[in-house]
Design a protein around this ligand. Structure first.
Ligand code: MRU
Length: 356
């Protein structure tokens, strides 16, 4: 494995362009891709150079700025109409993680509300993207610490299972589910992380394992089908996962395999937590049944590296990238604003008049 020399930040503004850690090359190579235009940012999101709901949101916000920078006109109306086209091109990249749409919406709103000259609006858009980046970092640190309030109170150090990658790489730099893990590790409450490998893209095996190694956190990688066995063997004390979109009733879309993990956790009476920022809540959705589920290239299933596992002829493949875990399987949702039973989420959002 290659190592970074500093803290892991997957999206970095370097003064003129954006540097993205190329997550398709980890853990073999720790390299950056330089992104200078909106089209390249859209491609980087689509091809998963940058991935993970909050990180996609941050990348899209910078993509909006890069797109704004490319617009030639100084007329406000023309500028806004071309910025809408930039927004559409970024929105078309991936359908499930709502942070993408949230960040683009925030950037558009900023542009519409500003009465400055077009040049000044461009500068304000850059500031807004940087703010979204910094806010996510702080938010994840809060989520991590709030997670400590609900992790099982045990004299023994905990064994926490997670799925996919919900770490620094998937956010601005601390992680949601792995943020909770990091905070537990800092407090001496963690014995080990169990990372499901996360077929087919292997974010658990490739990214979560790599991040844990960077942090010195003991990690055991298992294949996804081993989770029930590990729970039956009393190897897991709690499950903490991230989220790509949460409906207001608490139904949660996350990486494919999360739902089955929640079912087996319930069967073994193991608490199952979702850790996510408020920007992952879709305030327009009443339930998870309306969450769009991305379907990806079947080659992700039948091909591993250069090896073809199943010759394509006469075989069909189905490759949904996410599933929806029903709210009743979730013990609590850990946000920067507090920890809520899914059944409390809607009332809480209403009471606090949280509209994101
Ligand atoms: O397809 P990916 O790698 O973008 O999916 C990522 C996940 O499902 C993560 O678990 C989720 O975005 C939470 S990120 C903090």
């Amino acid at each position: 494995m290659t190592s970074p020399t500093t803290q892991v930040y997957p999206v970095i503004w370097n003064g003129d362009s954006v540097l993205l850690i190329d997550q398709t090359r980890l853990p073999v190579e720790y390299t950056f891709v330089e992104i200078s235009c909106c089209k390249d940012m859209a491609r980087a999101i689509k091809t998963m150079i940058v991935r993970g709901a909050p990180a996609i949101g941050v990348a899209a916000a910078y993509g909006m700025y890069l797109g704004a920078r490319e617009i030639q006109t100084t007329e406000r109306e023309k500028f806004l109409s071309q910025l809408e086209e930039v927004a559409q091109s970024l929105k078309a990249t991936r359908p499930t993680a709502v942070n993408l749409f949230w960040a683009i919406g925030r950037m558009l709103k900023t542009a519409y509300e500003s009465l400055e000259t077009v040049d000044n609006v461009k500068a304000i858009l850059l500031e807004t993207a940087q703010k979204i980046n910094l806010e996510d970092l702080q938010t994840c640190q809060e989520i991590g610490d709030r997670g400590l309030e609900v992790l099982p109170n045990s004299p023994e150090q905990l064994r926490i299972m997670t799925h996919c990658n919900a770490g620094a790489l998937a956010t601005a730099g601390y992680g949601t589910a792995l943020g909770v893990v990091r905070s537990a590790w800092r407090e001496g409450r963690l014995a080990r992380v169990y990372a499901g490998e996360t077929r087919p893209r292997l974010q658990g095996a490739k990214l979560t394992a790599w991040e844990c190694v960077q942090e010195g956190i003991p990690v055991t990688v298992i294949t996804d089908s081993m989770a029930a066995h590990c729970m039956q063997q009393s190897l897991i004390d709690a499950v903490v996962v991230g989220a790509d979109r949460i409906a207001t009733n608490g139904d949660t879309a996350n990486k494919i395999g999360t739902y089955s993990l929640a079912l087996v956790a319930k069967a073994h009476n193991i608490p199952f937590f979702v850790a996510a920022p408020l920007s992952t809540i879709d305030f327009e959705l009443a339930t998870g049944s309306q969450i769009p589920i991305e379907e990806r290239d079947p080659a992700e299933i039948y091909q591993v590296g250069k090896s073809i596992l199943t010759p394509e002829r006469n075989v069909e493949f189905y490759n949904p990238a996410f599933d929806v875990t029903p709210a009743e399987l979730i013990t609590a949702i850990i946000t920067e604003d507090g920890v809520y039973a899914p059944s409390q989420l809607r009332d809480h959002l209403k009471a606090k008049q949280i509209v994101y």
